[in-house]
Design a protein around this ligand. Structure first.
Ligand SMILES: Cc1cc2nc3c(=O)[nH]c(=O)nc-3n(C[C@H](O)[C@H](O)[C@H](O)COP(=O)(O)O)c2cc1C
Length: 179
């Protein structure tokens, strides 16, 4: 399978990138092709709602890394992984910016894919992650995609906190078990 991972943290060795790496290594070990897109370093403008694309009928007005580097990988992906820290109870703006640009290829991406959520926060997940998980579920419903699993790292302000958990192993196992 082709798996596209969107990482939304500016911390290369942070919580979510550590979990993304574990997931990717598991998936690659199982023979899957993994493409990783760093939303924090890529040059991607947020959708401005100009509607020139007509929600995927025409090209986006922006010609940036989203179009040149990511769109082909999104369209061909069997699985799309959303990986982000929580910023103010929401997906990080680095990831949310990239997701906003899906608008320009929305019809082409609708249906036939599965998705996973890898998210981290400093507070307790049951309080903090309500919004992110609801957003994720609504995105999947809108895209007609299936949920293939979640790694929710509550009380993990930095990657060091992962050492007291089994989350890295779980992320690896989830990648390895993708079918
Ligand atoms: C701007 C900002 C906003 C944040 N908002 C929240 C929040 O609303 N709830 C929470 O529990 N943690 C919040 N955090 C903490 C991060 O979600 C947490 O440190 C996360 O594990 C960082 O992931 P990373 O290492 O992958 O970047 C925030 C951090 C920053 C920098």
């Amino acid at each position: 399978m082709k798996i596209t991972i969107l990482t939304g943290s500016a911390h290369p060795k942070g919580t979510t990138n550590t979990l993304a790496t574990a997931f990717a290594e598991g998936a690659q070990t199982a023979g899957h092709e993994v493409f990783r897109f760093n939303c924090a370093t890529a040059k991607v403008r947020p959708c401005i709602g100009c509607n020139q694309c007509g929600c995927g009928q025409r090209e986006c007005v922006f010609k940036d890394d989203f179009v040149s580097a990511l769109v082909p990988r999104l369209l061909e992906a069997d699985v799309v992984v959303l990986c982000a820290p929580t910023y103010y109870f929401a997906l990080s703006p680095q990831l949310a910016t990239v997701v906003s640009r899906w608008y320009s290829v929305n019809p082409q991406m609708t249906g036939g894919k599965r998705s996973l959520l890898i998210a981290a926060c400093e507070g307790p997940a049951k309080d903090v992650m309500v919004g992110i998980e609801a957003t994720y579920e609504r995105i999947l419903n809108w895209m007609h995609w299936q949920d293939a699993g979640r790694i929710i790292a509550g009380e993990c302000p930095t990657a060091a906190a992962l050492e007291d958990t089994d989350l890295v192993q779980r992320a690896h196992d989830l990648g390895f078990s993708m079918k």
